[in-house]
Design a protein around this ligand. Structure first.
Ligand code: ZN
Length: 189
């Protein structure tokens, strides 16, 4: 089922996600719905907060992006990124490895807003997958950017928080309008 995507201005986007103790049938259904929702919007990643659930859960799939490479290391050895796609991260722990690098980012909760964001080039990730099994890997490039963007969501952090002040100022009117529209929509309900 395609779920409505929560937009900037809805307080759930600022909530820290709850730790998931067990991958229940309900969580499995949520994961399936999140993939369907992300694919319908041509997104690379989607966090539970973006479908209204404050949980430590995100889904990622970078395979459709051909012009921005990703790298993967499993147990210290280079591996094919496709091997871990589509990717489900439950209760992820992310450690920055490389130096910050700038790259373009968008967010399904901020339609039409794209900006350059600085983030570490690569990260070490430890999480549970959709089967509740521990997975560990190191990734770089677009996948590392997606992992960091989505993990931020799980902690109530948004990409506008990572923008340079000057960049955020440039989007001020659009951000204010989006926030106001979301709040007006919430009031109607
Ligand atoms: Zn986002």
């Amino acid at each position: 089922m395609i779920l409505p995507i929560i937009k900037f201005g809805n307080p759930v986007l600022r909530k820290k996600g709850e730790h998931i103790e067990k991958v229940t049938p309900e969580i499995k259904q949520l994961i399936a719905d999140m993939f369907e929702t992300m694919e319908a919007s041509h997104g690379v990643g989607l966090a539970a907060q973006q479908v209204g659930r404050a949980l430590q859960l995100t889904v990622i799939d970078v395979r459709q992006v051909e012009d921005r490479p990703s790298t993967l290391e499993l147990k210290g050895k280079p591996a094919d990124v496709a091997e871990i796609m589509p990717l489900v991260l439950i209760n992820p722990e992310v450690t920055a490895v490389g130096a910050p690098t700038t790259g373009g980012e968008g967010c399904l909760s901020f339609p039409e807003i794209f900006a350059e964001i600085a983030r570490p080039e690569s990260v070490d990730v430890k999480a549970l997958n959709e089967k509740g099994k521990v997975i560990e890997f190191r990734c770089g490039g677009l996948l590392a950017r997606a992992v960091q963007h989505e993990t931020d969501h799980l902690n109530g952090i948004l990409f506008i928080d990572r923008m340079e002040r000057k960049t955020k100022e440039e989007f001020r009117d659009e951000l204010d309008a989006l926030q106001a529209a979301t709040k007006a929509e919430l009031k109607k309900k």
